[in-house]
Write a protein that binds this ligand. Structure first.
Ligand SMILES: Nc1ncnc2c1ncn2[C@@H]1O[C@H](COP(=O)(O)OP(=O)(O)OP(=O)(O)O)[C@@H](O)[C@H]1O
Length: 249
């Protein structure tokens, strides 16, 4: 009988022997880590541990000093399917003179090079309404984003990332500057999306309580000062059970 493989889900991020230095300063050292379809991975670490650096390498903004990152099986430098990935960087801010409205910015999450000149469909407008409502910014949708507070702007970035229903959402401290109620609503939303809508998450957070409540008390891996917490959505166990049944029949 073949050994049972529990790994029947696609590898969305595969990190092998990854190291990164800024000049002489080594930030990431020999990291091996995999994020599979339907994982929720939380990254916790002290200031300066290298969390943002790691996310920037994953989305191709920084090249690795050593090792490799693959996205959906492709080396990151060759990866093209960026609409499958939503990324909300840390401490985002719009220039005060940025002319677009909140609604326009959220809608821009739906565009890629191919459909930028197409007419906006009714279904797309509905997706936008949903994203605005979830982030509680429907009341300010006609305001210019450059004029909003930091917390309001952060909600706009999150709504823009959510509108596309990406397969993988990468979030760098997504709720910094957001009030407690919206933070709680946002965590509830993303954990719901993880558990019931097959979405995969990689999130840096300083909210240790939220991470441990949802992902468990103990990290699954440590690298330097970075701790990784992880949980699969329950469908993963069904998949493992299917795999077992398949092997036995
Ligand atoms: N562009 C850069 N040039 C040189 N050093 C940098 C650069 N960006 C970050 N660093 C340094 O690399 C280390 C890791 O930074 P990084 O921003 O990845 O940490 P972090 O874990 O995200 O921290 P925080 O929790 O404060 O956001 C820090 O010591 C930082 O000073």
């Amino acid at each position: 009988m073949q050994p049972v493989s529990l790994d029947c889900h696609q590898h969305m991020i595969n990190i092998q022997n990854l190291s990164f230095s800024y000049g002489e300063q080594k930030v990431i050292s020999d990291l091996n880590f995999t994020v599979r379809e339907r994982d929720f991975v939380g990254i916790i670490g002290s200031n300066g541990a290298g969390k943002t650096t790691l996310l920037k390498m994953i989305v191709g903004l920084l090249p690795a000093s050593k090792g490799e990152i693959r996205l959906f099986g492709q080396p990151v430098r060759k990866f093209k399917d960026w609409e499958r990935i939503g990324y909300v960087p840390q401490k985002n801010a719009f220039n005060p003179l940025f002319p677009a409205t909140v609604r326009e910015v959220v809608m821009s999450g739906l565009y890629n090079n191919k459909n930028v000149f197409r007419r906006i469909s009714r279904a797309q407008q509905c997706k936008c309404d949903d994203a605005l409502e979830v982030m509680r910014i429907e009341g300010i949708q006609d305001k210019r984003v450059g004029m909003l507070s930091g917390g309001q702007q952060q909600r706009v970035f999150l709504a823009r990332a959510l509108i596309n229903h990406p397969d993988l959402l990468i979030l760098d401290e997504p709720t910094v500057g957001i009030d407690i109620e919206t933070q709680a609503a946002f965590f509830e939303l993303i954990t719901h999306m993880h558990a019931h809508h097959h979405m995969t998450f990689l999130m840096v957070s300083h909210d240790i309580d939220m991470i441990q409540n949802y992902l468990g008390q103990e990290p699954v891996q440590r690298n330097g000062k970075i701790n990784f917490y992880s949980r699969h959505s329950h469908e993963l166990q069904n998949c493992a059970a299917e795999d077992l049944q398949h092997t036995l029949t």
